[in-house]
Design a protein around this ligand. Structure first.
Ligand SMILES: [Zn+2]
Length: 65
């Protein structure tokens, strides 16, 4: 079990992010958090095929517009 980097609450090992939903929402906002999780999950699925080409910050910026 890993723990939230902000409030140290337990976070599931299989979670793609290192913080709990509540902190993530507090830090990024709900929409941004969803975008980040989506991108991280996508990156995990394609990570083996496209190593080193993942840039979720760019993707999330595009979604913001
Ligand atoms: Zn937390």
């Amino acid at each position: 079990m890993k723990s939230c980097i902000y409030c140290k609450v337990d976070v599931a090992d299989e979670s793609v992010i290192d913080f709990c939903d509540r902190c993530g929402e507090g830090v990024f906002g709900r929409k941004m958090l969803e975008a980040i999780k989506e991108n991280m999950e996508k990156a995990e699925r394609t990570g083996n095929l496209n190593q080193g080409s993942i840039s979720f910050s760019k993707d999330t910026q595009e979604l913001k517009d």
